[in-house]
Structure formats: C-alpha cells, structure tokens
Design a protein around this ligand. Structure first.
Ligand code: AMP
Length: 114
C-alpha cells in the first residue's frame, strides 16, 4: 500500500522500536507514548480502519489482542492492568489509516476516556 506509514514500518522500510513480530503482526513502541508502556500492535496486512474489517480478518484481530496481552504480561502488567484501544476515524482520533491496537500500561488510566 503506497504511502502507508505502518506498511513501511512492518516492511522494515522505516525503523521502529520493535518489541514483537511474527508472520502476522508487528508490535513497536509508540513514538509519542501516552503511558510508561505504549505499544502499537499492527497487522502486516493493510486494513485502513475497523470499518474495513471482513470475516477473513477475524483471526487476525484475535491475534492482535493475544499479542497485546502477551506483551503486557512480559512487561509485568498482567495483574496491575492495562488498556487496549482501537481508534476509528476522525472523532476517535485515528491519525494513521492502517489499523493498530494501542496497548497502554504503567499508570492509572481514567474512565471514561477523553
Ligand atoms: P491513532 O491516532 O490511533 O491513529 O494512532 C497513531 C499512533 O501512531 C499515534 O499514537 C502516534 O504517536 C503513533 N506514531 C506515528 N508515527 C509513528 C512512528 N513512526 N513510530 C511509532 N509510532 C508512531
């Protein structure tokens, strides 16, 4: 997908602070962290927004959550707690149009979110 930042990162054309990768997803630290641990779990396949998900992506989305939970556990946050977030489109604050699951941990997280 031309000019997609996260396609370029998952394809190693742009460097990132990678914490996990496999054939399906890449997870790397957010460049503008909003918590002591802020990782983005990104599929290698390009899907622009949650609105574009198809039944064929069901396993992919499941893998994204499983990987987020694994990273949280590896960093010691499984019991303390953490948050996972997908932003979809403008009012939710989506700025990169390649789906990504935010993993946030390491501080108290307010509810409802802003
Ligand atoms: P969203 O606003 O939900 O689309 O999230 C996009 C996230 O990508 C933001 O939290 C940005 O800080 C983050 N981001 C943008 N560029 C990069 C980059 N080159 N490496 C890591 N994170 C990035």
């Amino acid at each position: 997908m031309p000019d997609c930042l996260f396609c370029k990162i998952t394809d190693n054309q742009i460097p990132s602070a990678t914490v996990y990768e496999d054939d399906t997803v890449v997870a790397f630290r957010d460049v503008n962290p909003q918590a002591p641990l802020h990782v983005l779990v990104v599929p290698r396949a390009h899907v622009a927004t949650l609105n574009d998900l198809q039944p064929e992506h069901d396993a992919l989305v499941g893998a994204m959550f499983r990987v987020a939970a694994q990273i949280a556990r590896e960093h010691g946050y499984a019991e303390r707690g953490y948050r996972t977030v997908f932003n979809c489109n403008r009012e939710a604050g989506q700025t990169v149009f390649h789906i990504h699951l935010h993993l946030l941990a390491g501080r108290g997280l307010a509810w409802p979110p802003g």
